[in-house]
Design a protein around this ligand. Sequence first.
Ligand code: HEM
Length: 571
Amino acid sequence: MFATISDFIYNNWSWALGLISLLSLWSALQILEWAWFTPRRLERRLRAQGLSGTVYRSPTGDLKEITRVNRETWAKPMPLSHDITSRVSPFFHCNMKEHGKTSFTWFGVIPRVTISDPELVREILSNKLSEIEKQKLTPVGKLLGDGLFSYQGQKWASHRRILNPAFHVEKLKRMLPAFSACCSELIEKWKGFSGPNGSFELDVWSEMQMFTGDVISRAAFGSSFQEGRKIFQLLFEQGERLIRAFEDVVIPGHWYLPTENNRRMKHIDREVKMLLRGIIKKRENAMKNKEVINEDLLGLMMESNMKEKIGNGKSNIVMTRDEMITECKLFYFAGQESTSVLLTWTLVVLSMHLDWQERARQEVYQHFGKNKPDFDGLSRLKIVSIRMIIFVGLSGNLLIPFVIISSETFCYRNGVIQLRICYYDRMVTMILYEVLRLYPPFAMLTRRTYNPVKLGNATYPPGVLLSMPIFFIHHDKELWGPDADEFKPERFADGISKASKTTGRNAAYFPFGWGPRICIGQNFALVEAKMGLCMILQHFEFEPSEKYVHAPITVVTLQPQHGAPIKFHRL
Ligand code: HEM
């Protein structure tokens, strides 16, 4: 075949040269169309609809500008009283100030519209419009968040159906020993740091990263915990290398270059997959031998996968082994850093608000004393199920006053009326909600239009990136009042729906996302954070260290740029 082609070129070289030139010209025109004409046509359409924005005339779009503005801002320390939104995402802050809450810029060669109106955010995230979906992943994105996080359509639906039961509140109970073991190890380790006067200082940011890595390793892989730990260490390095790669070069396609960093990242990916394959194979053999191992995320996922297979008899839509590997990797990326960020900011904020720290501690003492917190105590909402028939029989008169006084949500599920009654760990929950509002681990969510779509007064053509800045919406004074930047957990005293000035129908508060793609691990994260926080409060008092510099920045998640040194005193 090769000989025939080379013979042809040799005998008809002038024709071949012409053909090659034509092909090169066609490719060059395609690139020009993609990188120059398409974005400009889109920009004209957006401007014609009254939208304004900043456009950078370079192939890397706003990426270079974002990096420049961010670097300049982050090089300076920030006084505590300073407007925090201007530091967390300096580029978007300037853009929104100049062009309003809905404005556009470019993300490389893709037009990007920032949408900060909660009503529109809700519309986008409700996914009713199949025109809007998640952005397709780049090769490097696949190293980070492939699996449920990025799948679309039928594939996403079947994976979500299989994974949902593993994250159900009832199933989380089975993982409580894993959470509890990690918390005890943390407390014992910290006690070991204390000097003769019972005081010590440590960087809670790195401590919380290790802690949440341990929790995921144990909760996901149970007996294969040690391999899980190794996976966490490798993925941790992967994350750091990825950030380095982002910072080093901003040229399209640099992921494909065989640099030392890129080669190491690919090597890590192979090693992690090998370790996960080993764990899953071991588990499959155990299942074949009728050993039931469903006390961890992997076991629950495999159990659910098996049920799905038996349920519909179609083996082609259940998860393959490779897909399970991808989902396990995702547990780390989606769940480890986000929860460590939440716990870190909670400790930072409580170290500065000693009144709230004490109130939370008193609540913990009142319900658990010095004992380990149990699940029912930790789950914020006690769900009381009342049979429909009893409800009808009792008539509304008896129940309604009760609902108004003590329930937060009243829902109907599978023929059962559920009253979700708010009970004792209110203080801790309010604190965590407020921290998630002030420091949402993911500062921004994105979607992409695949067909023309009307949102508010504007119609967006296909190919537009829609950015929803959680951080800005959570700090919007019109929604949260003039004290939006202050730590005031009492705003959540009557639940999330009453906390902002909105009616509760729109997405003014969405640290875990919104709609069908809402975070699958939110219960997991909250139970973990509550357990960790309760045990820390039981054993230590804490205050900020003199070394602490308040400098939140977004590096995938919203992190403390210079760490979070805190002084602890043993109780
Ligand atoms: C404080 C902790 C956490 C926060 C703030 C958080 C936040 C989020 C957000 C905002 C999304 C929606 C992304 C989007 O719509 O584009 C999401 C999705 C997701 N999260 Fe979390 N997350 C947390 C913890 C966890 C944990 C512990 C796990 C698993 C162990 C997890 C697994 C996932 C997965 C798999 C998705 C994709 C869901 C889907 O697309 O169907 N998250 N998370």
